[in-house]
Design a protein around this ligand. Structure first.
Ligand code: PGA
Length: 247
């Protein structure tokens, strides 16, 4: 039986004042039975990690460098994220792929660096609208998973989370239907099951893309949707908690 994970991707939003208020709000509220994680901007990780001590709410980073250390201005090493208390690191978010040019291979190297440092990568995959219209959805998500499999092997997925995030649904208010999402999630699990049935059965596959308190219950009731990666709706404690309660 897979636990439900509701993870907030705060992206580049907030201020010291607003993120501490957000954490206080999340800590104070009812989160149902879901596991929770928050992924703040990296400059706030240490502060928020301290605030989350003993709450059971996990800390995650929004990315991780593919190199151990050295001359990589602006990047953050997995060992540093570990020191900051991160359990998770998002890798391959579509904004990183499309705005910052991260290739499948680079994302796979970042994924591998998280694994080596005992950080659970949240591997984001998903198709653009054009790719969906051309019936390429499964090809695209399989290609993105294949890159991580080539770098790290199927065993790495025992310590990873996958987030299926159709690019056309991210930040647009245009959510995938529960049936659309379930179909892709089932295909992802099937692909992994061909390599290792136990790992495929236990890996959490989150849905991301305009999930909110109004649509979360229907999405989360699907058999292969094991949680959510939440952008906009994770910036309000009440909405984030309502999604967790819907799980
Ligand atoms: P959204 O973002 O919930 O605002 O659509 C999801 C994400 O990008 O992870």
């Amino acid at each position: 039986m897979r636990n439900t994970l509701i993870a907030g991707n705060w992206k580049m939003n907030g201020s010291l004042e607003s993120v501490t208020a957000l954490v206080d709000g999340i800590k104070a509220g009812d989160r149902g039975n879901a596991e929770l994680a928050v992924c703040p901007p990296s400059v706030y990780l240490m502060k928020i990690g301290g605030m989350l001590a003993d709450t059971g709410i996990a800390l995650g980073a929004q990315n991780v460098c593919q190199h151990e250390s050295g001359a990589y201005t602006g990047e953050i090493a997995a060992s540093m994220l570990k020191e900051a208390g991160c359990r998770y690191a998002i890798v391959g978010h579509s904004e990183r792929r499309s705005i910052y040019g991260e290739s499948d291979e680079m994302v796979a190297a970042r994924f591998q660096m998280a694994i080596e440092n005992n950080i659970e990568p949240i591997l984001c995959i998903g198709e653009t609208l054009e790719e969906r219209q051309q019936d390429k959805t499964i090809d695209v998500v399989y290609r993105q998973i294949d890159a991580a499999l080539a770098a790290s092997g199927i065993e790495a997925f025992a310590k990873s989370v996958i987030a299926y995030e159709p690019v056309w649904a991210i930040g647009t208010g245009q959510v995938a239907t529960p049936e659309q999402a379930q179909a892709v999630h089932a295909s992802i699990r099937q692909k992994l099951a061909a390599l290792n049935a136990d790992i495929a059965d236990q890996v959490q596959i989150l849905y991301g893309g305009s999930m909110n308190p109004g649509n979360a219950a229907d999405l989360l009731s699907q058999p292969d949707i094991d949680g959510g990666l939440i952008g906009g709706a994770s910036l309000k404690a009440d909405d984030f908690l309502a999604i967790a309660q819907a799980a």
